[in-house]
Design a protein around this ligand. Structure first.
Ligand SMILES: Nc1nc2c(c(=O)[nH]1)N[C@H]1C(S)=C(S)[C@@H](COP(=O)(O)O)O[C@H]1N2
Ligand SMILES: [Mo]
Length: 526
């Protein structure tokens, strides 16, 4: 059969090119449509988000350990590479077994559409970008592969036996094939680039945030004490600037929540459901407080921790309006993108500065830190307390519901453990012998740090000097003079809490309830 012969005639590498060009064009246009429909509908974002949610905890831990806060970029690159391999396969399939290449690409579009619709932040049209991507990809692969088929199969005239054999595509049509494939790739890439500029340039919510003026606090935090900041080069600043604050979340695309559309619903085991709008929240007497936020995934010596001046309203006051029933013991907070955290009710109703925050270091929350409203709760790791883009507080019980991470095996309560870290001397640069300083930070929010000790080369533990703490809810800097001698040295630190607890040397990984062990640093002195 002429048809069969011509199908086998297409060379595999050309078929791969056809598949890749088709998918690049489809994906690019799909992303472009998503900028109109809403970022959550992006096929990449939807599939990436679903993968993040579906991934086993060990994979996520490994990703954070391997890529740190670049874990999302790594995931997107991984998805893109996988898509390209599948695209090449679909091109090959279209050449060998039409119409299966088209069908495979179309099916991926359909899967993307279903995934996009099942995301927590899906809109009514979230399926559209994936369907566009799939349809454009399918049609394009069909057209491109067709160009690769020898004209013979379409012509009833028997071929001249001296003409190029059937597996040779005539040069003119091959040139056309490359031209069209190149055009498809270029158009897809252009569409993708347009997507990024559009997102960066005209993001309406960024503009709203930039124009926003937060109200003056009703309760102002005391100024950072003189002596809280040791000003040692290389030592983490006692108040972390917003643009240096660590970011950890499951959101592949930062949710864009317009304050005008924001509201918080408090419901569940309450006597009175409460709804709060943005304007209502800003009209309340807002309070400032310094709280150090820490991630449970922070390894010993890690940097997934930061300290900021937050502005917000006490959650206890809002819960008092809602009146939780006496058998409730947990608040499940939910963000606009479906993330949830389970916080013990008593933690949210005692007198600590557990707040619904709108401000961070004198500015509205940055988008990636939860704009317009997030929770900040001193003393608990972020995964059980610090819900960003929060829209819902459901009062419930630990034995009735579970949260995003507790569902994946992490501890239900998540109190922050006593920890300390050496910041200087820095690891990379060698140190020259002589007088220098060892310095770092230590923390146990809600409890407070009473002291830090340093051990050099398995010698005695030596008392470091604590800087003035801002409060028990923040980390505190510490330092110790050191006369460094030539050679290799091992530095170690440990904190003692205000209650006399000494930071354990037992080594535990971050999962399931936070890393323990002493931070150690090897240093070569020249
Ligand atoms: N909506 C949402 N909020 C979230 C998360 C998330 O994945 N989604 N991650 C939590 C975790 S694990 C931590 S450690 C803190 C980090 O807050 P930051 O990114 O502002 O530093 O946010 C918490 N709030
Ligand atoms: Mo975290």
């Amino acid at each position: 059969m002429a048809e069969t012969r011509s199908e086998q005639a297409v060379r595999a590498p050309l078929a791969w090119v056809a598949g890749i060009a088709a998918v690049v064009l489809g994906a690019g246009l799909g992303e472009l449509v998503a900028t109109v429909i809403g970022a959550a509908s992006s096929p990449f974002a939807a599939i990436g988000g679903a993968l993040i949610d579906a991934a086993p905890s060990w994979a996520k831990d490994a990703a954070i350990a391997l890529f740190g806060t670049a874990d999302k970029i790594a995931l997107l690159v991984g998805i893109a590479l996988t898509a390209l391999v599948l695209a090449a396969f679909a091109g090959w399939l279209e050449a060998r077994r039409p119409p299966w290449g088209r069908v495979v690409i179309g099916a991926f579009g359909a899967v993307g559409a279903v995934v996009a619709m099942t995301r927590a932040d899906a809109g009514a049209l979230s399926w559209l970008p994936s369907v566009v991507a799939g349809a454009v990809g399918a049609v394009t692969v069909w057209l491109l592969v067709r160009m690769l088929r020898p004209a013979a199969s379409e012509s009833p005239v028997p071929r001249d036996p001296d003409a190029p054999s059937a597996d040779e595509v005539p040069a003119p049509s091959r040139r056309a094939f490359f031209a069209w494939s190149g055009a498809a790739v270029a158009a897809g890439a252009l569409a993708a680039i347009a997507t990024t500029t559009r997102r960066a340039g005209s993001a309406a919510v960024s503009a709203v945030r930039a124009a926003l003026r937060l109200p003056t606090p009703a309760v102002t935090a005391a100024a950072v004490p003189e002596g809280a900041e040791l000003r040692i080069p290389g030592l983490a600043r006692v108040v972390t600037p917003n643009d240096r604050f660590y970011r950890i979340d499951t959101a592949l695309i930062v949710p864009e929540v317009d304050p005008a559309d924001w509201s918080l619903r408090i419901h569940g085991m309450v006597e009175q459901e409460v709804t709060l709008t943005w304007d209502e929240l800003l009209a309340l007497p807002l309070e400032e407080s310094f709280t150090t936020l820490a991630c449970v995934s922070n390894p010993v010596g890690g940097t997934l921790i930061g300290n900021a001046l937050w502005l917000g309203y006490p959650i206890r006051e809002l819960l008092a309006r809602a009146r939780p029933t006496t058998d409730a013991d947990m608040v499940l907070s939910r963000s606009i993108d479906g993330f949830t955290a389970s916080t013990p009710l008593d933690v949210l109703t005692d007198d600590r500065d557990a707040i619904l925050a709108v401000g961070m270091n004198g500015e509205p929350l940055p988008l990636e830190h939860g704009f317009p409203v997030r929770m900040v709760v001193p003393g608990l790791y972020g995964y059980v307390s610090a819900t960003k883009w929060v829209t819902e507080l459901e009062v419930t019980r630990f034995d009735r519901s579970r949260a995003y991470w507790t569902d994946r095996g992490w501890d239900e309560r998540g109190p922050i453990k006593l920890q300390s870290r050496i910041d200087v001397p820095r690891k990379a640069q060698g140190l020259s012998a002589g007088d220098t300083v060892i310095a770092g930070v230590a923390w146990q929010q809600q409890v407070g740090v009473g002291g830090v000790e340093v051990q050099i080369d398995d010698g005695p533990w030596l008392e470091a000097t604590l800087a003035t703490a801002i409060s028990d809810d923040t980390w505190v800097q510490w330092s110790m003079p050191w006369t460094a001698t030539v050679g290799d040295h091992l530095l170690r630190c440990r904190a003692t809490s205000t209650t006399g607890e000494v930071q354990t040397s037992d080594i535990a990984p971050p999962a399931p309830d936070g890393a323990t062990g002493h931070h150690e640093r090897f240093i070569t002195v020249f």
